[in-house]
Design a protein around this ligand. Structure first.
Ligand code: PGA
Length: 255
């Protein structure tokens, strides 16, 4: 994907349809900015209808998860055919908040395959819970990445995939608590090496890696610059139109 990538992970917000419409209207005012990026909005499923109508001019629709089941009858599951009927282009898979509720590397790798088969881009989230001076988190990252992408080895699989590095300890805080550019660069180099070991350099280099975890207007520019990332997965700051726009501008001015 040539353009830088910006993904809004709305989680379980806004709290009402009315607030969702207000946020969409505010975002739409900066459509010309978002169009310079590959911008995605991942709203709660209940807002898919209104989001697919009102954001299509400046963002693609994304889901926050995906069913591991391709077709059939599964109460409570949202399958790829439903997601695709709304125009969903990307699915966040393996977010740490899902992993905390029982998502395993095995189910992540299954969901990745389901998404790829359906033509939905998987955005696979990985990230350590703790970062220590001994570097033990690198071993955790290696295992999580390898297991989450288990069974993928063809060029065509990998070329449709995006990775999000989201250290769990940095999620849901503020810019000052996020990762430093130096540590982010180190993690990105490491992840690229693992991808290269798994798929070869030429293919690995084409996998975009995003960063997520307390990305705010205050740190977006410095984190984007010279760390090797291709964009951001933004949680709380994506619910504030002004903050999200500033993050978008930071990327555009540094790409
Ligand atoms: P945050 O969330 O930006 O609020 O830290 C990021 C995420 O959980 O994807």
């Amino acid at each position: 994907m040539a353009k830088s990538i910006l993904v809004a992970n709305w989680k379980n917000h806004p709290g009402s349809l009315a607030e969702t419409k207000t946020l969409l209207a505010q975002l739409a005012r900066s459509a010309s900015i978002y169009k310079k990026l590959a911008c995605f909005i991942a709203p709660p499923l209940t807002y898919f209808g209104v989001c697919s109508e009102r954001s299509r001019n400046f963002a693609h629709l994304a889901s926050q998860d995906i069913s591991s089941q391709p077709v059939g009858t599964y109460t409570g599951q949202i399958t790829t055919d439903i997601l695709k009927s709304f125009g969903t282009k990307l699915a966040i898979i393996g977010h740490s908040e899902q992993r905390a509720m029982g998502e395993t590397n095995e189910s992540v790798s299954q969901k990745v395959k389901v998404a790829l088969r359906a033509g939905i881009m998987p955005l696979v989230c990985i990230g350590e819970t703790f970062r220590d001076q001994d570097g033990e988190h690198f071993e955790f990252l290696r295992n999580e990445l390898q297991s989450s992408l288990a069974g993928l080895n063809r060029k065509s699989d990998i070329s449709g995939l995006v990775l999000a590095y989201e250290p769990v300890w940095a999620i849901g805080k503020h810019a000052q608590d996020a990762i430093t550019p130096t540590d982010l660069s180190q993690s990105i180099i490491f992840l690229k090496k693992i991808l290269t070991d798994m798929f070869g350099r030429a293919i690995a280099e084409r996998v975009p890696i995003l960063y997520g975890g307390s990305v705010e207007p205050d740190n977006a520019g410095v984190l984007f610059k010279e760390t090797g990332i291709k964009g951001f997965l933004v949680g709380h700051a994506s619910l504030n139109a002004q903050s999200f726009k500033t993050i978008a501008v930071s990327i555009i001015s540094k790409q």
